[in-house]
Design a binder for this molecule. Structure first.
Ligand code: 5GP
Length: 187
């Protein structure tokens, strides 16, 4: 693999999506994988852009057909990365970004040891809880499930190659750019 595969994880509500979006605006040559999920679309989300929204049966069929590089269950729903997308990007010699949970990140690292794992951390647990509630995209039950996942996600941060604290968007994106620039220079 001549290009890098960057796996970006972090607890729900940490703002990884925003950091990655800003990174991609500044670095348009990177390919962001579109995951499959059994979660229902949120308002404003579009099939094939934010996710491929699958039924539970379709997702199970994809597992049976070995279509996923990795997949994991998160807060009651399943999420997976398609092998096909990764293969296509590698064939085109493109840098790839996966925004996935920490369980999925561990699977990618064991299958593709050259993958670079970056953990986006919150300044504190309280800030994270406030952000998760403040975005109003989940009901209370879903928020509780996501908060239950947070401690597990934070515990897995030790297995990541780099950590970026998202206390300020611009600072976090700058740090991400620094990490990626350094990694790319090593290729
Ligand atoms: P959300 O429902 O907020 O979009 O995503 C919930 C969690 O699932 C986030 O931590 C997100 O990074 C993760 N996720 C999204 N796509 C994938 C995927 O393909 N695989 C895995 N393992 N996690 C994913």
């Amino acid at each position: 693999m001549s290009k890098n595969l960057y796996v970006i994880s972090g607890p729900s509500g940490v703002g990884k999506g925003t950091v990655i979006r800003e990174f991609l605006i500044r670095n348009p040559g990177f390919m962001l994988s579109i995951s499959c999920t059994t979660r229902a679309p949120r308002e404003g989300e579009t099939d094939g852009i934010n996710y491929f929204f699958l039924s539970k049966e379709e997702f199970q069929r994809y597992i049976d057909q070995d279509k996923f590089l990795e997949w994991a269950e998160f807060a009651g729903n399943r999420y997976g990365t398609l092998k096909k997308f990764i293969d296509q990007c590698l064939a085109l010699d493109k840098n790839i970004i996966l925004e996935i949970d920490t369980k999925g990140a561990m699977q990618v690292k064991s299958k593709m040891p050259d993958a670079v794992l970056i953990f986006i951390a919150p300044p504190s647990f309280e800030v994270l809880e406030d952000r998760l509630r403040g975005r109003h995209t989940e009901d209370e039950t879903a928020i509780q499930k996501r908060l239950d996942e947070v401690l597990e996600e934070l515990a897995r941060a030790q297995y990541f190659d780099y950590k970026v604290v998202n206390d300020d968007l611009n600072r976090a994106v700058n740090k991400l750019e620094d990490i990626i620039r350094r990694q790319d220079a090593q290729r």
